[in-house]
Design a protein around this ligand. Structure first.
Ligand code: FAD
Length: 316
């Protein structure tokens, strides 16, 4: 069994589900040390213990967030050495992948992204080419860096003693701190779950004709995140953050409801690994029905409000 290092960046008041998935996966691979950047609350530390983390490593400098991601990779490289880790797990966000790439360079380690499962020997499984193939790969280097897609592991606690917290020295690196962040603006919170973590995603496309209201109402009835096709984000109907697909976010929820989206290959690339896909489209020949588990041929402006009303009724 390997020593596994899990990276958690800015956990906030409580850990995200994606973090709990990484901690659960880590336990199947060996003993888990967690490298945490940013504030670490008592509640978050208690959750780390609840999910079996045996040690927590903190960076010596508190200003890693003042720069782009390079210093985080420097911190992780030092943490890998301190923990004697053979496997590093990160989330599969664009930032997680960039940190993984930079860490791979620093450690001369194999990097595997978009991982959906990991065997106890470190063999990684990926779903590729818009979910048409599953591939299996294993790094041949002493350290393996894996970025793991959310919603592929069921979080399970395994309470352990409170983990020992220690500090690792982040090496001074002029190149890593060359780009300083000069301003930040908080996005207005939607109150909906994060698109990449959400268990349910309701996504809309050009068929909405500029009106995301029916999609948002269904999403809120289900406690879901809202996604979109590129046609909808390019038209400015919804922010680019909501784009799902090859050049947008990759999601893998339990349920993906697609409304007024044709199902182009670039859209499929971001959602085809969803567990259950429900498509609503008025064109029975739309390619989205090729990958849908359930299809409704109809006008989304009729179908979505009925679904929302029925869900609200059943929820009471
Ligand atoms: P359309 O293809 O126009 O489909 C609209 C659908 O809505 C149709 O099927 C229509 O039958 C249906 N419809 C219309 N009115 C109604 C109604 N009232 N009720 C029910 N159904 C209705 N696309 C992405 O989504 N994500 C990406 O990340 C992405 N990346 C790309 C990268 C590259 C390099 C390229 C070249 C393209 C990319 N695209 C991406 C664009 C992609 O090729 C498609 O153009 C886009 O996905 C189409 O969006 P759409 O399905 O919403 O629109």
């Amino acid at each position: 069994m390997a020593n596994v290092l899990v990276f958690i960046d800015n956990p906030g008041a409580s850990l995200k589900k994606a973090h709990l998935e990484l901690l659960t996966l880590a336990r199947t691979l060996g003993s888990s040390t967690v490298a945490v950047n940013g504030d670490l609350t008592e509640a978050a530390t208690a959750t780390l213990a609840e999910y079996g983390a045996t040690a927590v490593l903190r960076p010596s400098s508190a200003d890693l967030d003042d720069f782009l991601v390079a210093p985080k990779a420097a911190f992780l490289a030092a943490a890998v050495e301190s923990a004697g880790a053979g496997i590093v797990l990160l989330d599969n966000s664009p930032e997680g992948k960039e940190i993984a790439a930079r860490l791979g360079i620093r450690l001369n380690a194999g990097v595997i992204t978009d991982v959906v499962a990991v065997d106890p020997d470190g063999t990684a499984h990926k779903s590729v080419l818009a979910g048409s193939y599953n591939t299996t790969c294993k790094a041949t280097t002493p350290v393996t860096v894996l970025t793991v897609k959310a919603n592929n592991v069921t979080p399970e606690p395994a309470p352990a003693a409170a983990p020992a917290v220690s500090t690792v020295e982040v090496p001074a690196d002029a190149a890593a701190t060359a780009a300083r962040i000069t301003g930040r603006e908080q996005k207005v919170a939607s109150g909906r779950p994060d698109l990449t973590d959400a268990r349910i995603v309701v996504a809309g496309g050009r068929g909405l004709d500029g009106d995301f209201g029916p999609v948002e109402e269904l999403a809120d009835a289900l406690g879901a995140a809202v996604g979109a096709s590129r046609a909808a984000t390019d038209a400015g109907w919804i922010s680019h953050d909501a784009q799902v697909g090859q050049t947008g976010k990759t999601v893998s929820p339990q349920l993906y409801i697609s409304a007024g989206i044709s199902g182009a290959i670039q859209q499929k690339a971001g959602m085809q690994t969803s567990k259950v896909i429900v498509a609503i489209n008025k064109d029975a020949d739309s390619p989205v029905f090729e990958i849908a588990d359930f299809g409704i041929v109809g006008d989304l402006f009729d179908v979505l409000p009925q679904a929302t009303a029925e869900i609200k009724k059943r929820k009471g």
